[in-house]
Ligand binder design. Structure first.
Ligand code: 13P
Length: 255
């Protein structure tokens, strides 16, 4: 049994007060951490504030980090710094960072290794562009992304990684990938992990779907076998929708 995950990616939204309002509203209402991992990945500037106020069932994550421990990298944040704020998760390789900040597959690999060695749970984003999707290149892209991301990751660490399949054409569009397709691609990612490692790790590793998930389509997506949870952008900015999706995800995965 893989524990489900509902993770919010707030992206560059919410001031400090707005972030705190959200946390105060959801803290006492998220389901038990024994049943589901509930995570809010917030802008870096709010991390310490939110960690101090996180309830026992909510965890705070970062949206990015550098792979070096320290150095002359103006504006960057190191794994050590994240650890010192108390965050326990970090999103790595989100498509917006790949697109707007030129993050390469190599960067994703280095960040993944750095997160693991610092005890931060990485949420690694994968997914194809619209053009790659139209050219039926999705499987090839996913294979390359997974293979490069896991280069040098030891078997003992592999199942600590969380993967998120986020087809870029479904992110922020309001139209999610069809649930069968999302399930199929998450299944493919699981098979790639089995080929790289073994059956045990493949059946333990958690694979999320992301891309226009909302309270209305959440049940359909979360009832799929290979989808272990969701990484949600826009809809997770609202406490009521966030809580609803936590409940739906938990319900689907306890059937
Ligand atoms: P939306 O849920 O807004 O499509 O964003 C998904 C996403 O990018 C999560 O990382």
């Amino acid at each position: 049994m893989r524990k489900p995950i509902l993770a919010a990616n707030w992206k560059m939204f919410k001031t400090r007060d707005e972030a705190l309002d959200f946390i105060y509203e959801v803290n006492g209402n998220v389901p038990s951490k024994d049943l589901i991992d509930t995570i809010v990945c917030a802008p870096a500037i709010h991390l310490r504030t939110l960690v101090k106020r996180q309830g026992e069932n909510l965890r705070i994550g970062a949206q990015n980090m550098h792979y070096a421990d320290e150095g002359a990298y103006t504006g960057e944040i190191s794994p050590n710094m994240l650890v010192s704020t108390g965050v326990t998760y970090v999103i790595i390789g989100h498509n917006e960072r790949r697109r707007y900040n030129n993050e390469s597959e190599q960067d994703v690999n280095l960040k993944l290794l750095a997160a693991l060695s610092h005890g931060i749970t990485p949420i690694v984003c994968l997914g194809e562009t619209q053009e790659q999707y139209e050219h039926a290149d999705t499987d090839y892209i996913l294979r390359e992304q997974v293979k490069t991301a896991f280069r040098g990751v030891k078997s003992v660490d592999a199942s600590r990684v969380i993967l998120a399949y986020e087809p870029i054409w479904a992110v922020g569009t309001g139209i999610s990938a069809p649930s069968e397709l999302a399930d199929q691609k998450c299944g493919l990612v699981r098979r790639i992990i089995r080929q790289l490692y073994n059956q045990e790790i493949a059946s333990e590793i958690r694979i999320l779907y992301g891309g226009s998930v909302n309270p209305d389509n959440c049940e359909e997506l979360m009832s799929k076998e290979n989808i272990d949870g969701a990484l949600v952008g826009g809809a997770a900015l609202y406490p009521d929708k966030f809580l609803k999706m936590c409940d739906i995800c938990l319900k689907c995965k306890s059937r």
